[in-house]
Design a protein around this ligand. Structure first.
Ligand code: ADP
Length: 584
């Protein structure tokens, strides 16, 4: 268990000194706590032997008073130092974890790790925050007390000291076995808790779909199965730990009985006097209490250890390398604004993007078209380094995106996604995050350009209305326009647009098209296009199929070729859209 204590101290970073100081005060407190008991025994001993004088009484009295006062001071200092440490430690850790999550590749978030991240940020960190410092201080206090009692007994009477030592060692051995057994068993329990968090998140996030398809029964069964499993796992864990707790309790009782028994024999054969005997009788239960308490509560350390394991496993995920020191240069004559050179990429083992090369000149519009799942969004995401490519190169204004800091790269790109996410904040703050140093006038101007000013002004608190979870309910098209206002404010030279108007009503679609036109004025545009008009007007059309560019050119050229693109246009004209079956 000392290992767990050391581990918590080792992650305490800049609070290590503070925590160690708290332990020193906790140690002094236990010394004084036990010193007052020892002083009392010595005083009673002298009293019975009739060797105590009035002056000695006063000395003992003052000594006891000193112990009590100093104890109060040390308790205060220890509590003060340790109480806030857990919260400060976890506050720092959360910021560190937040920074780390920000630098992880997107792949980490999309491959089933959301439950884990939620558990780490909520359950694990809250557990450590609320328990670590108090449990640590208690454990140290109990260990110190056990050591002080044992040393005192060894000096007081070696025979009684040896009995104390032997029982203490046996209790420590059983306690350590219990702790390590707990560690091994808690792995399953923690995994189940992670899976429960994931099930709850899934259920809450998908509640709309669940209701629509009348799956409430099935989905809540999935969740209640998880609750059931968690319940069973906890019972199994406790069931396996109980026997160790029983043995520790028996050892505690046996140790006290053994001390009383040995003290009686020593008293009867005259080795100790009546005071010593009474002293032992009075304290024989207290002597083993610290070890009993510390090991009965060792599950807390087991859980803390596992919580730290999970925090560390998230922290150990490799970050996207952000070591670039160049800056993306200004637009140069004849140098493409965006260039893909022989790019290859796989999410896992199967290659998703195969040897893709294309370039877009500054101010041009490129439309990526192709069947669903062909790799269009992946190409767009690779440009923003949501994932790193496996080979080849992506350049912006002639500079490789790996050679520039991520911040500089992301300043160059605005993305309008199909799924808009607004933060639980005011409309104003949702827009200004596009450029945090913008003025209020600039935010309003961007909102006007994005055709959202009028509906924002009709909200209860205008720009200061809260949106997102629990806030004003906005339609999909309104949310989309707010996200476009954010991009207009950002004013980056490259805009990536997942043209997502399919599911939006006609009124909103017209407003969004106007907003998009404002956003795209004078920009280099990469559009994942679905609308025939956007595609036709593009400077270049790239037809993507199975991760490869299979056709390229403008509308007229591609129509003349009579390939996949022409097939697509014919289908579009007959209003049935892309269909894998027809172009496969
Ligand atoms: P498109 O935008 O053309 O519809 P995508 O780029 O979204 O296609 O997807 C290309 C392929 O990559 C698909 O087979 C899709 O299932 C797969 N894919 C997309 N995102 C991920 C991801 N995060 N992890 C693993 N595979 C993915």
């Amino acid at each position: 268990m000392i290992g767990a204590i050391k581990r918590i101290i080792s992650v305490s970073g800049k609070y290590k000194g503070r925590i160690c100081a708290a332990f020193i005060f906790a140690f002094l407190k236990s010394v004084l706590q036990n010193a007052s008991l020892i002083l009392t025994v010595l005083m009673v001993d002298q009293f019975f032997q009739g060797t105590i004088a009035g002056g000695s009484f006063l000395k003992y009295g003052l000594g006891l008073l000193g112990c009590v006062l100093a104890q109060a001071l040390f308790i205060h200092l220890a509590d003060r130092l340790q109480s806030a440490s857990g919260f400060m430690l976890m506050a720092d850790m959360r910021v560190k974890l937040g920074e780390h999550l920000r630098r992880l590749p997107m792949g980490y978030f999309t491959s089933g790790n959301i439950g884990k991240i939620s558990s780490v940020l909520s359950t694990d960190m809250v557990f450590i925050e609320e328990n670590s410092m108090q449990s640590l201080a208690d454990a140290m206090n109990y260990f110190f007390s056990a050591a002080i009692f044992t040393i005192f007994m060894l000096f007081f009477n070696p025979t009684l000291g040896i009995v104390t030592l032997v029982f203490s060692i046996i209790m420590i051995i059983v306690g350590e076995i219990k702790y390590h057994k707990g560690l091994a068993l808690s792995k399953d329990r923690q995994e189940q808790s992670e899976s429960l968090t994931k099930a709850v998140l899934d259920y809450v996030e998908g509640i709309g779909i669940t209701k629509t398809y009348n799956l409430l029964g099935e989905k809540s069964k999935e969740m209640s199965d998880n609750f059931e499993k968690s319940f069973k796992e906890s019972i199994r864990f406790e069931g396996k730990m109980i026997p160790y707790g029983v043995v520790i309790n028996i050892l505690f009782e046996l140790g006290a009985v053994a001390l009383g028994f040995v003290a009686s024999i020593l008293y009867l054969n005259g080795s100790i006097n009546i005071t010593a005997f009474l002293g032992v009788a009075l304290f024989m239960l207290n002597i083993f209490i610290p070890l009993r308490v510390v090991y009965m509560e060792s599950e807390k350390f087991t859980i803390m250890d596992k919580c730290l394991d999970r925090i560390e496993s998230v922290m150990a995920q490799p970050e996207l390398v952000d070591a670039g020191s160049h800056k993306i240069s200004q637009v140069k004559e004849g140098v493409p604004a965006v260039e893909f050179k022989n790019v290859r990429f796989a999410y896992d083992s199967k290659e998703t993007i195969s040897d893709v090369s294309f370039s877009v000149m500054n101010g041009d519009t490129v439309a990526l078209v192709g069947p669903s799942g062909s790799g269009k969004s992946t190409l767009a995401n690779l440009m923003a380094r949501f994932w790193d490519i496996d080979s080849g190169e992506i350049l912006i204004n002639g500079t490789s995106i790996k050679d520039v800091p991520l911040k500089n790269l992301l300043e160059q790109i605005s993305m309008v996604f199909q799924n808009v996410y607004l933060f639980k904040d005011t409309v104003y703050n949702n827009i200004i995050m596009g450029r945090p140093d913008a003025t209020r006038e600039e935010v309003i101007e961007a909102a006007k350009k994005a055709r959202c000013y009028d509906f924002i002004m009709s909200l209860p608190d205008g720009f200061d209305t809260m949106v997102g979870e629990g806030g004003a309910s906005l339609s999909g098209g309104e949310k989309q326009r707010i996200s476009i206002a954010r991009c207009i404010l950002k004013d980056s030279p490259i805009v990536i647009l997942d043209e997502a108007t399919a599911s939006i009503d006609a009124d909103n679609e017209a407003a969004i098209q106007q907003a998009i036109s404002e956003l795209c004025k004078g920009k280099t545009l990469i559009i994942i296009a679905h609308r025939l008009k956007t595609i036709k007007d593009s400077d270049c059309i790239l037809v993507v199929n199975n991760g490869k560019i299979v056709e390229r050119g403008n509308h007229d050229e591609l129509m003349q070729n009579g390939g996949i693109y022409k097939n697509f246009v014919d289908i579009k004209n007959s209003d049935s859209g892309w269909c894998k079956r027809k172009i496969g």
